[in-house]
Design a protein around this ligand. Structure first.
Ligand SMILES: *[C@@H]1O[C@H](CO)[C@@H](O)[C@H](O)[C@H]1NC(C)=O
Ligand SMILES: *[C@@H]1O[C@H](CO)[C@@H](O)[C@H](O)[C@H]1NC(C)=O
Ligand SMILES: [Ca+2]
Length: 335
């Protein structure tokens, strides 16, 4: 089915109405509108070689009305300033034409920079480059090289913004002098800072090649917790848990412990359980008591047929022995 032409057109215009106007997002700021001075300067260039038509005659040269500084030339320049369809440009031109004329006829020698005189000083719509905000204050890092030349100053050249820096990629810090991770400082003096990208295999680096990757594990403040060790990888690292017999470690397994947990001691270079029952000094001191070694500890228990008293294991009563005869190895909880 085909829509009748009128209906299709109606639908189209409805759609256009519903779509957000693209200009709304890019509405020029007052300072950007004042950039018609750029067109004015272009007009100056375009008319520089012109004259009244046949070349300035000697008579014309002598009279005051040389083309170079004539109102004729001004009008020619003003004519080319705005597209006829550019409402805002024409509105501004109409409102400020007298200013431009005054500059052209009287002030251009004193204030040769039209932008500076017209947009900054007179209309106060812009600021000089390197300055920002209602009062045209210097950008972070100064108006000569805002943001150390490594970023954009918020509101630079306009009456807006806050003068802070939005750094170019690779740079960070309030003045864009610091390097981001993945970049290294290849030049740094009082005024200049240059950050250069690391080799792609490095996360951080001190130079441009893959031999300049920073070993994070060798950093002054190690990146892993006390119960972990740092494993260096290409351009990266991982933190891995120490062996359970370690208090701190330099690597994997019980042989890389810094210290052993209680109940363990270094034996053949690695942390191993201490067999307290075979020590020269008896671990279990009560009379008749048996000693059982456990990982990290030991237990002392009375043998079958004996009863615990405070300082000895004594033979149990006959009936009690019968009742308890199937007793097996004591569990840890009997400690
Ligand atoms: C800092 O380095 C830049 C770039 O090489 C150089 O132009 C400038 O003169 C240096 N400034 C100082 C103070 O050394
Ligand atoms: C690290 O990278 C180098 C060169 O890119 C390579 O020869 C080496 O095997 C890598 N090492 C690891 C642990 O991935
Ligand atoms: Ca033990």
């Amino acid at each position: 089915m085909r829509l009748p032409r009128r209906a299709a057109l109606g639908l189209l215009s409805l759609l256009l109405l519903l779509l957000p106007a693209p200009e709304a997002a890019k509405k020029p700021t007052p300072c950007q509108r004042c950039r018609l001075v750029d067109k004015f300067n272009q007009g100056l260039v375009d008319t520089a070689k012109k004259n009244f038509g046949g070349g300035n005659t000697a008579w014309e040269e002598k009279t005051l009305s040389k083309y170079e500084s004539s109102e004729i030339r001004l009008l020619e320049i003003l004519e080319g300033l705005c597209e006829s369809s550019d409402f805002e440009c024409n509105q501004m031109l109409e409102a400020q034409e007298e200013h431009l004329e005054a500059w052209w006829l009287q002030l251009k020698n004193e204030y040769p920079d039209l932008f500076e005189w017209f947009c900054v000083k007179t209309l106060k719509l812009c600021c000089s480059p390197g300055t920002y905000g209602p009062d045209c204050l210097a950008c972070q890092g100064g108006s000569q090289r805002p943001c150390s030349g490594n970023g954009h100053c918020s509101g630079d050249g306009s009456r807006q913004g806050d003068g802070s820096c939005r750094c170019h990629v690779g740079y960070q810090g309030p003045l864009c002098t610091d390097c981001m991770d993945g970049y290294f400082s290849s030049l740094r003096n009082k005024t200049h800072s240059v950050c250069t990208v690391c080799d792609e295999s490095c996360k951080t680096c001190s130079g441009p090649t893959n031999r300049d990757c920073v070993d994070e594990c060798a950093a002054e403040t190690p990146p892993c917790s006390a119960a972990q060790f740092c494993k260096n990888a290409n351009g990266s690292y991982t933190c891995e848990e120490c062996d359970s017999s370690c208090v701190g470690c330099t690597g994997e397994g019980p042989e890389n412990c810094k210290e052993c947990i209680p109940g363990y001691a270094r034996e053949h270079g690695q942390c191993a359980d201490v067999d307290e029952c075979s020590l020269a000094e008896k671990a279990c001191v009560r009379k008749n008591e048996n000693c059982y070694n456990t990982p990290g500890s030991y237990v002392c228990v009375c043998p079958d047929g004996f009863e615990e008293t405070e300082d000895a294991c004594v033979p149990a009563e006959a009936e009690a022995t019968e009742e308890e005869s199937p007793t097996q190895l004591p569990a840890h909880e009997d400690l």
